[in-house]
Design a protein. Structure first.
Length: 365
């Protein structure tokens, strides 16, 4: 019995080393470096800081999706596994921002759904029109069956657009939970409905990337509600937390290998619970780093203003230019530069168009 356990541990260790893309020593060195640098006076979760962070995340999500398309270079492959972590940070910021506004505005829930969903649906429909036109140019037949196919296949007309579907559902869950009061029942409702949504996605055989980061939304709300207490605890034990979460990231990053070896493959546990714990651990570690680091600058601020539009349009840009670049080291670099440039320029002008449409709709209403 004891020998079996030893063999299991050895097998897990070998499998982890085989797939290792996160080095524990690198993580610990990063943690030590951050610990030694002086803390800035900038609030790491202020509007300015989070706007810059969204700009950075928009760039990283493009790198992630490009890494799935190109075939050369270790530099690209390093971004392959980062998607779930990047999206988890977006979910965290959404949850944190919602509860921050809810806590500081007594009338925030009044017309919440109308105000929030309008802010999403207007740009969403603009992008649907753009994608319909693009896909029509590819020879696809645009009819009722075309749109119904996305519902049947758990897909979205917008490339990588599943995130928007999830955000809309989470807004509705937040509204249902807090529309009447801010109590323990509200939080139990929030957690319960979010878990139901995660397990529903697993049951419907959605891709695991669609629900493996959703709990970070809950983490954002929890962090905002208890921020003073959390930061007081972190300040007292900052180095311990850095080391602890460095180790936890390394372990949980390999949770798929570990769980397969111990025979747990149930997707509800595998992705629904453990996968979400993994992404939340990353979010906490990232927050520990940003507590000392200041990402704010005018370039990331600019990208932060159009981060939603970048996220929505870059899939189309990748698809279009992917037809002209045969993967090679030089072409992969050129393809990356073109995708970044065209995505950012397109996002900037689409944002301007959306603002004009929103103003006209508001005047009409």
């Amino acid at each position: 019995m004891f020998q079996k356990k030893i063999n299991l541990i050895q097998r897990i260790f070998l499998d982890v080393k085989k797939e290792d893309k996160v080095d524990i020593f690198i993580l610990l060195l990063i943690s030590l470096f951050v610990y030694l640098i002086p803390k800035t006076d900038v609030d790491y979760l202020s509007n300015k800081s989070t706007k810059s962070l969204k700009g950075l995340l928009a760039l990283l999500i493009i790198f992630h999706h490009i890494s799935q398309k190109v075939t050369t270079g270790e530099n690209f492959s390093n971004f392959e596994y980062m998607g779930r972590y990047i999206v988890a940070l977006f979910f965290f910021l959404s949850g944190y921002g919602l509860y921050f506004q809810y806590s500081n505005n007594a009338n925030y829930m009044k017309n919440f759904l109308r105000k929030r969903l309008v802010r999403i649906f207007i740009p969403f429909y603009v992008f649907i029109v753009i994608y319909v036109i693009y896909r029509a140019t590819l020879g696809e037949v645009i009819n009722v069956d075309f749109f119904l196919s996305f519902w049947k296949d758990h897909n979205n007309i917008i490339y990588n657009g599943w995130f928007i579907n999830s955000i809309i559902v989470l807004y509705v869950i937040f509204y249902i939970s807090f529309v009447r009061n801010n109590s323990k029942i509200s939080f139990y409702t929030l957690i319960g409905l979010t878990l139901v949504y995660i397990f529903w996605k697993a049951y419907q055989d959605h891709g695991d990337w669609e629900y493996v980061s959703i709990m970070a939304f809950l983490l954002g709300i929890f962090w905002m509600k208890n921020r003073g207490l959390i930061e007081k605890c972190i300040e007292k034990n900052y180095f311990i937390f850095l080391v602890l979460f460095s180790v936890l990231i390394y372990i949980f990053h390999h949770y798929e290998v570990i769980m397969k070896n111990i025979g747990i493959t149930n997707k509800y546990v595998y992705y629904g619970i453990v996968g979400n714990i993994c992404t939340m651990i990353f979010v906490v570690y990232f927050l520990l780093l940003t507590n000392k680091l200041n990402f704010s600058n005018k370039y990331l601020d600019f990208l932060g203003d159009i981060s939603f539009e970048i996220y929505m349009i870059h899939g189309l840009v990748m698809h279009y230019f992917g037809k002209f670049f045969v993967s090679s080291y030089v072409n992969d670099v050129l393809y990356t530069i073109v995708v970044f440039f065209v995505s950012i320029v397109s996002a900037y002008y689409i944002k301007k168009l959306i603002i004009i449409i929103e103003k006209n709709i508001m005047k009409a209403v």
